[in-house]
Design a protein around this ligand. Structure first.
Ligand code: SF4
Ligand code: SF4
Length: 376
């Protein structure tokens, strides 16, 4: 029966089992906070000088391999290598090659600015399961404005096309902010023309790991504008009928009124963080996910296995806001623990930005549908 299932179904099945049994099946190694770009909304980027001033250091290739060896014994299978920009990590190729030889299914997150023809040839010989490339705009001007990279779009387009020609599996991500929203249609056309999956979002987590005072803040849209951009993304990618259905479904499941009374327990963590997945930061802390800096355990003070057990225990104890548990909109809102934590600085307080976003969604969908009707 298992042999008939597609790879993604099999992974889903394994992940569910891992959730129940607390197996760390899926992990991310954030190799470095350093990056070839400097995006305004970034939660992690540091310069070499910032790293030096912090008194911390990157983990060595051997340290990462030691962590990987131990977690492989515990069931680690899916490994994401990210940064910053992972291709800036010294020893990236050595580490990647050895991790691949150990049998991990590896994906890479990259901005693609350092993927030249020689790197593409190397990746062709040693293909990852997938390379996820974040696209920040549809022109060099936008890359300059948002990422402070003067030729970003040209360089990234060359890399994407070369990777596709080499048969490497590419997926695109896009963070839509006030600085690149004018390129949205062009970005979607770009992915369609190249037959690439594009995951675009206008919701930006507050970058708490970079700036502890940024609770509930980022270089991002107001909730009403975020709702409009999300609706436009849906319209452009899935069409009118889908947006209409979504709009009607959101209208039927209204967010809880701000002054509503309720009597229930908060839900537990809804995603896989701390159940079957973890994130290890460049300076060696194991977290539930990238956005939450607490709970977190320093791997220079304990083994990866001990850190994982503590993280599991902490994740189980987390209770999300009672308001969200009682809210009729929770399945469409899909607010996660990381959103709640970065929006409020705690796990049990209702994230007002998300509520305002949900409230604004039906009107945003209707206004896109009306605009498109008028344009026809
Ligand atoms: S490319 Fe990614 S890691 Fe680099 S600065 Fe931009 S958001 Fe941060
Ligand atoms: S954050 Fe979402 S689920 Fe929670 S109360 Fe607000 S609308 Fe409802």
């Amino acid at each position: 029966m298992i042999a008939q299932k597609g790879t993604s179904e099999l992974i889903e099945l394994l992940s569910r089992k891992s959730d129940i049994r607390g197996i760390p099946m899926s992990g991310t190694f954030e190799l470095t906070p350093m990056c070839s770009m400097n995006c305004r909304m970034c939660y992690v980027r540091m310069s070499a000088e910032d790293v030096e001033k912090s008194g911390k250091r990157l983990r060595t290739v051997d340290e990462w391999l030691e962590i990987a060896e131990e977690l492989k014994e515990k069931g680690l299978l899916l490994l994401l290598l990210t940064g910053g920009e992972p291709f800036t990590y010294p020893g990236f190729r050595e580490l990647y090659t050895k991790l691949r030889q150990m049998g991990f299914v590896i994906s890479i997150n990259s901005n693609a600015t350092l993927i030249d023809d020689e790197t593409v040839a190397w990746l062709k010989e040693n293909p990852p399961q997938r390379i996820n490339i974040t696209l920040y705009g549809a022109s060099d001007e936008t890359y300059m404005r948002l990422c402070q990279h003067p030729t970003g779009h040209t360089v990234v387009t060359h890399a994407i096309e070369a990777l596709q020609d080499a048969g490497v599996n590419v997926k695109l991500n896009c963070s839509v902010t006030p600085d690149n929203v004018s390129d949205l249609e062009e970005i979607i056309r770009y992915s369609d023309e190249r037959k690439l999956i594009l995951q675009a979002t206008s919701y930006m987590f507050p970058p708490l790991r970079k700036d502890a005072t940024s609770i509930g803040k980022n270089n991002r849209f107001e909730p009403e504008d975020c709702a409009k951009v999300e609706a436009r993304i849906r319209y452009l990618q899935r069409g009118r009928e889908d947006l209409l259905r979504y709009c009607e479904s959101v209208e039927q499941h209204c967010p809880l009124e701000d002054d509503a009374t309720f009597d229930c327990e908060g839900d537990g963590v809804r995603c896989r963080a701390g159940k079957s997945s973890f994130w290890i930061t460049w300076d060696g802390r194991m977290l539930m996910c990238a956005m939450m800096d607490t709970p977190g355990y320093d791997l220079s003070e304990m083994s990866p296995t001990e850190a994982w057990e503590k993280l599991r225990r902490d994740a189980k104890a987390i209770r999300l806001p009672k308001e969200c548990a009682a809210c009729d909109a929770k399945d469409t809102c899909r607010t996660c623990a990381a959103m709640i934590y970065t929006e409020t600085g705690t796990y049990d307080k209702k994230p007002q930005y998300r509520c305002d976003l949900m409230r604004a969604t039906p009107a945003a969908c209707r206004s896109i549908l009306k605009e498109e009707n008028e344009n026809e």
